[in-house]
Each structure stands twice: as C-alpha cells, then as structure tokens.
Design a protein around this ligand. Structure first.
Ligand code: MLT
Ligand code: ZN
Length: 461
C-alpha cells in the first residue's frame, strides 16, 4: 500500500488536497453541482466533496484516506448513466475519474489496447481506427461516456448482436479496493484460467466492489464498407420476422434498432432531423451491415424477400448513414427535452416482445393516466427502452408496474443500464434469495462496511 498523508490532522479535505492538489478537491456548491445530478435530472443528491485524482496511485491514496475517515464514496465517469448509479445521494465523496485519460499505444499484434478509466468511448474508437482496428462497443453518448463507467455498467449499445456487450471486450482491468490496494489483471491473455475471473466480476459491478482505474480492451478488424437501411413496417411482429430473415442472410449485420411513430414524431419536433418518408408509419427498423466488401447489394437482395415492406430509405455514404442513425439516436435527447423521463431499460425473450408492447400502455394507464410511453431500443438483443413522460419522476409505482410486467413475461428488469439506485427495490423480482445472498457475500468480501456506492445494487444498510 502506498504511503499517504491521510493521518495528517487536517480532516479529509486537507488530506485529499495533499494527495491530488487543492484545485482538484471541489467543496464549493457551484463547482460540485454538475457532479450531483445525473443526465436525466431524475437522480440528484448532495456530495460532501468531489475529488479528481489523475492516476491509479492517487486513486489508491484517495480511497485509503476515505477509508480511514469512514467516508462513503460514489465513483463517477462521464455521468451518462441512466439509473442514478453515479451520482451522490446523502453526502458521499464523489470520486471523479475523468482525469485518468491515458491512452497507451495500440498493440497491433495482439489487437488490444490499454486505456485509463476516464478515456471517452469516442477517443478509444478514434485511437483504434488510427491503427486500422475497431473498438466494437458503440452508443449515442460516445463523446462523454468513459470506459471505466462502461465497464462498471457492462454497457451494451448498438452493436451487441455482432460483438457482444462491453464484458466481451474486456481482457483485463486494474482496480483499487476500498482500502486503497491496487488489484492488477492487465496481461491481456486471451486464455488465462488461473483462478476467478475478477475482471469479469468487476464488469457490471456498478462501482460497488472496487474502483476500476484502467482496462485492457479487445479490438477487432475495422470494416470499411457499411450500409444503413431504415425500413418502415406495419407491426412489431413484421419487424421481428424481417430481422430474422436479414440476420440469417447477412453475417455482416451489426445493428438492428427499433423505434415507433410517436418516438419519431418527438425527434422531428425536438431536433433539426428531417422525416425519412413522405408519410408516417407505425414501426421503423434500422439495420446496419459492415463488411470488407460493400454489403449494399446483398442487403437489397435480402430485403427483396421481405413482404410487407411499406417503405425503405438507404444510406451508403457516411453522411446519409448518419442522417438515418440520427433518427434513432436522437430519441434520448428528444425525450429529455420533453420532460424528465422515467427510463426503464428491459429485455424480453423475442417471443414475448409483442405481448409486452400490447400490454404496456394499459399497465401504465392503470397506474398513471397522465403518463405516456415512448419506446425504442435494440430489437436485435430483445432490449426495449421504455421512457415514461408526464409522470412524477419521484413516483416509483410506474416502475413497479412495468418491471412487474417484464418479469411476468420472462424478461430482465435491466438489459444494459444496470440497477443503480433506480431499480434496487425490484431486483428481487429477478434474482432469487440464494442468488441475492451470494451477491451480498461478494459485496461484503470486497467492501465489508458498505462504503462503495451505498444504495446502488443493494439496499442501503
Ligand atoms: C440508447 O440506446 O440510446 C441508450 O441506452 C440511451 C437510452 O436508453 O436513452
Ligand atoms: Zn440502449
């Protein structure tokens, strides 16, 4: 363990200032404010202070000081999380990792790269592309979301159907324990069965068992040729049938996203995007294929087989592809511009998606008649983002109704956003008592006093 100045008799603020420098300990309420509220504005709280270390050694010293002071810590990356897992609740120390932005040289032989937890997704993507490689996780918040946060939440995004979620790209991590010890598994060995897979365990642990400071990431070959098609369809059943056909015909398929007429209306209302078709349609399926050779003709041939195609728009160059993607990716911002949403991120077995959508509005109306739902998501993964507008964001009855419907239909209450603070009360719908007891035992083994992200994933003690 690194020697620290913690036992100086200046209290926690003074000790942390000695570790990271005065300007990186924020106690002023105005400076703390952006760290105290999440992107949706639904989750907010107060922080005792915000501390911004620059490297793993400083993170170790910060955690050791907090440990000695008995202070609880909430770790924060780009603050793009949607379940309240990265914002303080009741006076915790916010440990912001955005300064851990070191990007190592790409190891082209291994097809890997080591990066700091605070590096944004967009920077990793650009860095890999400069070596003709590709980091295959992608999501709309790419310019702000950090790799540490993406690992902590096992972020999914738009390319999971081809490459898997963040967990599938993590070959190693470095993390700091609650008392400041550094745990390093950064070898990047593809095969390494020496004991428990701690990197796998830390992935998706939502900052509750250790603080991830660096990661060793898998990169894949960069595919230069892409095509995007936006299909207008009559129903979710037709969208699923179409997707099954395209998926079978085209191994180059890497995204299959769904949105509906009401979501597109909102996007057109709230942004400068333009309507893709002359008339609105009930369901939109956005497909992207990427390959070494241009996949446009192959996709056109696959779509010729599709009955009930109401309309189609195709993007082959970067600009037209981006225009079609904007219609899908702008949903999050358009919804937030219309109000503070209750965001429920669920996944369902493909055979139950139709039943879920058919019952959703009745479930919502029975709890809060003033609420309306806007749904979009990653159809290829059975992942729907249910956004409820017009309801009191502090009212959790809608969560209970929609998550209850999800588990009744065999789905998951959290597909890719995590449990955070938002869904702690409903984890029991999904995990049985033995499962919950094993998870609690793991938490206690790493963090016996419950000081890392209290109230996240587990109820507050
Ligand atoms: C998305 O798929 O765009 C993200 O999960 C964000 C969201 O659900 O709003
Ligand atoms: Zn998503």
């Amino acid at each position: 363990m690194t020697a620290t100045p913690c036992d100086a008799d200046q209290g926690l603020v003074g000790a942390l200032e000695r570790v990271v420098g005065e300007s990186f300990v924020l106690t002023d309420p105005d400076l703390r404010a952006p760290y105290e509220v999440d992107w949706t504005r639904r989750f907010h709280g107060s922080a005792r202070l915000v501390v911004r270390p620059k490297d793993t050694d400083q993170v170790g010293q910060v955690l050791r000081c907090c440990h000695e002071a008995g202070a609880a810590v909430v770790t924060q990356g780009g603050n793009t999380g949607l379940v309240g897992g990265g914002v303080p609740d009741r006076g915790e120390v916010v440990l912001s990792l955005t300064r851990l932005d070191d990007l190592q040289e790409v190891d082209t032989l291994a097809g890997q790269v080591s990066v700091g937890a605070g590096v944004t997704l967009a920077r990793v993507q650009e860095h890999a592309a400069a070596s003709d490689l590709h980091f295959p996780v992608d999501l709309a918040a790419r310019d702000s979301a950090t790799i540490g946060g993406m690992i902590a939440t096992n972020a999914g995004g738009i390319r999971v159907l081809r490459y898997g979620s963040t967990r599938a790209q993590v070959l190693g991590v470095e993390a700091v324990t609650v008392d400041g010890r550094v745990l390093t598994r950064m070898d990047g060995l593809v095969k390494d069965n020496a004991g428990y897979d701690l990197a796998g365990l830390l992935t998706g642990s939502e900052g509750t068992i250790a603080v991830i400071t660096r990661a060793r990431l898998r990169l894949v070959p960069r595919l230069q040729h892409r095509v995007v098609a936006l299909l207008a369809l009559d129903s979710i059943e037709v969208a699923q049938k179409t997707l099954r056909r395209v998926r079978t015909a085209m191994p180059s398929l890497e995204a299959a996203e769904v949105f509906f007429a009401d979501g597109l209306d909102l996007v057109l209302e709230q942004t400068s995007a333009t309507a893709p078709f002359a008339a609105p349609h009930p369901v939109y399926l956005l497909l992207e294929c990427a390959a070494r050779e241009d996949p446009t003709e192959e996709l056109a041939a696959a779509l010729e087989e599709v009955e009930d195609l109401l309309d189609v728009a195709v993007g082959t160059d970067a600009e037209s592809r981006a225009r079609l993607w904007e219609l899908r990716e702008a949903h999050t911002a358009a919804i937030s511009a219309a109000g503070v949403p209750i965001k429920l991120d669920v996944s369902l077995p493909p055979a139950r998606i139709g039943a879920f959508l058919a019952r959703l509005d009745d479930v919502v109306a029975a709890i809060e008649p003033a609420a309306r739902s806007i749904v979009f998501g990653h159809l290829g993964d059975g992942n729907l983002h249910v956004n409820l507008l017009g309801a009191d964001p502090a009212d959790y009855n809608l969560e209970a109704g929609v998550l209850g419907l999800t588990t009744q239909l065999g789905g998951s209450i959290s597909a890719e956003h995590g449990i955070g603070r938002a869904k702690v009360a409903w984890l029991h719908l999904q995990r049985d008592p033995t499962d919950m007891a094993v998870m609690s035992a793991i938490k206690r083994a790493f963090d016996p006093d419950g000081r890392l992200n209290p109230g996240v994933l587990f109820p507050r003690r």
